[in-house]
Design a protein around this ligand. Structure first.
Ligand code: ADP
Ligand code: ADP
Ligand code: ZN
Ligand code: ZN
Length: 925
């Protein structure tokens, strides 16, 4: 067989639903795989091509890893040729370290540490000058700036050894052959003295040993270098140059020292908060400490001090502190203004107190004297929270590390800047020639990585942002930028919907990045639904024709132009406009109740007031980082849940939320997995499995053997396989690799005992039923109305192709979200009015799927519910009843409302990027 190195050849791919397909993918191209959700894109790209690439990689590893190779599930494929080591750029954070930040995960922080260690200048705490350590060269440099023919002595101080007296020191000097000393501006020749009794009262530091006497002239370096070296050695690191005319002294030392403070020379671990050497000793590098938290002490900053803003002082017992302040308000702190309007300085005074007013700190200090009382301990704990560490101000580094500066900034200053600003800083940073020789490469690496991050549209993030707070799309783009930074060549990159979370405005930059990844010699395979990406790809593979068993084929492939013309390609029909997602005939512009948020100011939100109309299809738009998640998750959701007595993950800052009484419930339907155990699955999540178990338990066979419904469950012992406890596979923990899952030997992956598998309904056993797709089950259970209704909702949200028993761990985020949506549709609590929130629900969806999804939203709204979604997809945005567009830009330059209204109104707003792109999109279609 000939081996063609220019393409990847795949023969007989049958993984999951793939229909024994054959394809040849040319290398060094940007290739898009598209098709309706469930058509088999991931099965081909990730589970076959990437999995094989990974197998090849493991093969090249140690024999320890290799022994598991034959047990690793091989993709179901006959032949794969021409594959290179594969890298998947994923949407989930792989970082297990909770301290991981954007800076550390992109390696920028490592390079910054190196840079600061090499060229950082330590600034003295006291005098603000640069701390320098002297050398022979620096002493000579100083001398060269003196006047020619000036007379000087070269000397060194006596080391203050504890145990030796002054007299003993002088005797020792004489023994070593040093005869001349200066004592308090007086010249003494030791050889002329018989004894040193006169020195008994002299302090050691007043004595300088003179080594040499010289005049300033050219070539002083050559003349003095040796003496200076000796002086440093004898002085144990210190020496002095003394003006022979006026005895003025100039100190030099080889220590890193200034103003009597010893500093440590920077080295990389100095700047690592994961290292005990660099970490702040107070908070151990955590950046926060347990302390009294102003947010807890003043829970409602809309209140004024006289209205009781300071919560602990509301009780009669402690109101005396408040009275102290009112009686003796010597700093004129406004008592009738809302607390939030006080200045930082006024709050500082409130905390510190003054003569006649204990202040908040004083109040707590006093209580702390009574902590032997239980109720005081409880009271104190109510106001304690994690607050920024006072020692390191949240930098997590010891304070000496913050004194080291590059271009006038500390490493902490830099990681607090947005990536965009940090990039500008480095672009403007001028290195000296010497600095260039020792740090140019490091500098280049930093700048390169910052540029990549900026190019993938993440310029608004700060380097110290915790990785755990990033969205999936942001994480993937960071991983993408990091891969670019390491610039591997000859690699196969696979990406899953990199456009997620990106506004159309930033799409072009992402595409450019993927192309440059290709241009440096890599093959880039992308699963993607974005029309722009397809237009720019070298090649498109369209999979289908439908989902699940009705898919798994390559229906078309070719360039964008070829796909558009191909009558078999559903994608092509949408791209050419033959098929389209219709713009609604008319929008719901009637006046409905609203939820009104005032004073929203979490993260970058600029104290905004927003109205969410209820019982409408509301879409929140804006570039990535403009504040959409903050507004919707932290404030709308967090605020409403907290007001109803719940405990949301985060509550952002705002003044008021009105209109909560118009809704009974609020639900976030997000993309998190529907269950962490492989035993959870779609049919159990929508509560259909109970019905199926009853059907099996009521068969004559089951009744004869006395099998109850629970016997058909894999969550409780009984009918399930005892070896794998109903998982179908067993987990093997690998030391250095991800855990391996191997099929259970006993039940052969069926999860049930043999006797349970013998029970059949209409010729199928429970294992067969769990292997049915939703659409197959709809037919199979046609005369079970209740079950049919439930299955229908799964089909309605576009999940007809999914298997009833597919482990929830294998569902994509988008699929998990739609299962949740189906479960809400199935519940049909008509009397209840629920506000549903979705975050990018189109993730993983093809044009055709989006059509279905929009209908499901409408069903929710028709049932008197409300829907608020965050979305970038223009096909969805154009269908909104009402749009809230945030921006104009990301981060600091965002957080404001750019426009609100119908899509038509948004399109007429010149300052809205969303409006501009929507207009262009609708004109082209
Ligand atoms: P796409 O990426 O196009 O959305 P997938 O390749 O994920 O489609 O899915 C193709 C079919 O294979 C679907 O019917 C899906 O339910 C099924 N499938 C995917 N992963 C698994 C799995 N781990 N086990 C069983 N079936 C799976
Ligand atoms: P969007 O949802 O529009 O992409 P976000 O609401 O996620 O925007 O972010 C708005 C701004 O707030 C950005 O500058 C972002 O970096 C910042 N931000 C978001 N979450 C956090 C967080 N947990 N910690 C610090 N900053 C955050
Ligand atoms: Zn600290
Ligand atoms: Zn088993």
């Amino acid at each position: 067989m000939t081996f063609d190195n220019k393409k990847i050849t795949i023969k007989g791919a049958r993984q999951h639903n793939l229909k024994n397909i054959y394809l040849e993918i040319p290398k060094h191209k940007l290739v898009v795989f598209t098709g309706v959700s469930g058509s088999g894109k991931s099965s081909l790209v990730f589970d076959t091509i990437y999995a094989e690439g990974q197998r090849r990689y493991v093969e090249s590893l140690s024999s320890y890893a290799r022994q598991f190779l034959e047990r690793m599930n091989k993709p179901d494929v006959d032949i794969i040729q021409g594959i290179s080591p594969a890298v998947a750029i994923e949407q989930k954070t792989t970082a297990r370290n909770p301290r991981s930040t954007v800076g550390t995960s992109t390696e920028i922080y490592d390079y910054l540490r190196l840079l600061f260690a090499r060229i950082g200048k330590t600034i003295c705490f006291d005098c603000g000058n640069e701390v320098k350590k002297d050398t022979v060269a620096s002493v000579c440099e100083w001398l060269e700036t003196r006047e020619e023919n000036g007379k000087f002595y070269l000397g060194f101080p006596i080391h203050p050894h504890e145990k030796r007296s002054v007299i003993e020191e002088i005797e020792l000097l004489k023994k070593k052959g040093f005869f001349r000393i200066i004592v308090k501006n007086e010249f003494v020749d030791l050889s002329e003295l018989d004894n040193f009794r006169d020195f008994a009262e002299v302090e050691k530091e007043d004595i300088i040993v003179v080594l040499d006497r010289f005049k300033i002239k050219r070539k002083i370096r050559e003349l003095l270098a040796e003496s200076i070296e000796i002086a440093f050695k004898e002085g144990e690191g210190r020496l002095l140059v003394i003006n022979a005319d006026n005895f003025e002294r100039k100190n030099f030392n080889r220590f890193y020292e200034c103003c009597g403070i010893k500093y440590e020379e920077p080295e990389p671990r100095f700047f690592s908060f994961n290292n005990p050497y660099g970490a702040c000793p107070v908070c151990q590098g955590f950046g926060k400490t347990m302390d009294y938290d102003m947010n807890l002490i003043v829970p409602d900053p809309n209140l004024s001090i006289s209205e009781g803003a300071i919560a602990p002082w509301r009780t009669p017992k402690f109101s005396k502190y408040l009275r102290q302040l009112i009686r003796n308000n010597k700093y004129k702190i406004p008592l009738d203004k809302p607390f939030k309007d006080l200045t930082d300085k006024q709050i500082e005074i409130l905390k510190k107190g003054y003569d006649g007013f204990e202040g908040i700190n004083g109040f707590f200090k006093e209580l702390e004297n009574h902590t032997y009382k239980m109720h005081i301990r409880i009271l104190l704990s109510k106001y304690r929270g994690y607050t920024v560490c006072h020692a390191c101000k949240g930098s997590r580094l010891r304070r000496e590390a913050l004194q080291v500066k590059v271009g006038g900034l500390s490493i902490f200053d830099i990681v607090q800047m947005s990536i965009e600003k940090a990039r500008e800083f480095f672009l403007n940073l001028r290195l000296s020639d010497y600095e260039k020789t020792i740090a140019q490469r490091i500098y280049d690496e930093i700048l390169k990585r910052l540029t990549f991050l900026n190019d993938v549209g993440l310029g608004y993030l700060t380097l110290d942002r915790l990785s755990s707070t990033l969205s999936g799309g942001e994480t993937q783009r960071i991983n993408l930028a990091t891969s670019l930074g390491s610039a591997l060549m000859g690699t196969l990159y696979v990406l899953d919907e990199p456009s997620i979370g990106l506004h159309p405005r930033d799409n072009a930059r992402l595409i450019k990045i993927l192309k440059s990844l290709r241009d440096i010699g890599n093959t880039v395979l992308v699963v993607e639904h974005d029309p722009e990406m397809m237009k720019e790809a070298d090649l498109i593979y369209d999979m289908g024709p439908k989902a699940g068993i009705n898919g798994g084929q390559l229906v078309a492939h070719g360039t964008y132009d070829e796909i558009i013309k191909n009558p078999d390609s559903l994608t092509g029909k949408y791209l050419s406009g033959k098929l389209k997602i219709p713009v609604p005939e008319k929008r719901n512009t009637s006046k409905t109740e609203i939820i009104k948020i005032t004073g929203a100011r979490e993260n970058n939100l600029k104290n905004i007031t927003v109205e969410f109309p209820l019982r409408k299809f509301v879409v929140v738009t804006g570039v990535s980082g403009s504040g959409k998640s903050t507004l919707v998750h932290d404030i709308l959701y967090g605020g409403l849940v907290k007001m109803s007595g719940g405990n949301p993950p985060k509550v952002g800052k705002f003044d008021t939320i009105e209109g909560a009484r118009y809704i009974d419930n609020i639900e976030i339907v997000d993309q998190s997995p529907i269950g962490k155990s492989p035993r959870s699955n779609p049919i159990s999540y929508v509560k259909g499995y109970e019905l199926i178990r009853e059907i099996f338990a009521s068969t004559p066979q089951a009744r004869a053997r006395g099998y109850k419904p629970g016997y058909f469950s894999f969550n409780v012992p009984g009918g399930r396989c005892d070896t794998c406890e109903g998982d179908g596979f067993v987990k093997i923990e690998m030391q250095f690799l991800a855990d391996l899952y191997l099929e259970c030997d006993d039940c052969k992956g069926t999860r049930f005992k043999k006797e349970v598998r013998e029970i059949t309904y209409k010729g199928k056993n429970i294992v067969d039923v769990l292997n049915m797709t939703v659409d197959e089950a709809l037919e199979f259970f046609a005369n079970h109305d209740k079950l049919k209704d439930i299955l229908q909702t799964l089909s309605d949200v576009g999940l007809g192709y999914i298997k009833l028993g597919q482990p929830s761990t294998t569902l994509s985020g988008g699929e998990a979200q739609r299962v949740k949506l189906a479960s809400h549709l199935a519940q049909r609590r008509k009397s209840q009015h629920t506000l549903f929130i979705f975050d990018e629900p189109t993730t993983g969806l093809h044009f055709d799927d989006i059509n279905k999804l929009l209908k499901s939203f409408q069903m929710l709204i028709d049932n008197r519910n409300s829907v608020v979604i965050i979305e970038h997809n223009l096909d969805v945005i154009k269908c909104a009843d009402y749009i809230i567009d945030l921006g104009p830009e990301a981060g600091d330059r965002g957080g404001e409302i750019v426009a609100m209204g119908t899509p038509e109104e948004i399109m007429n707003c010149d300052s809205s990027y969303t409006g501009k792109f929507l207009k262009a999109y609708l004109e082209n279609h």
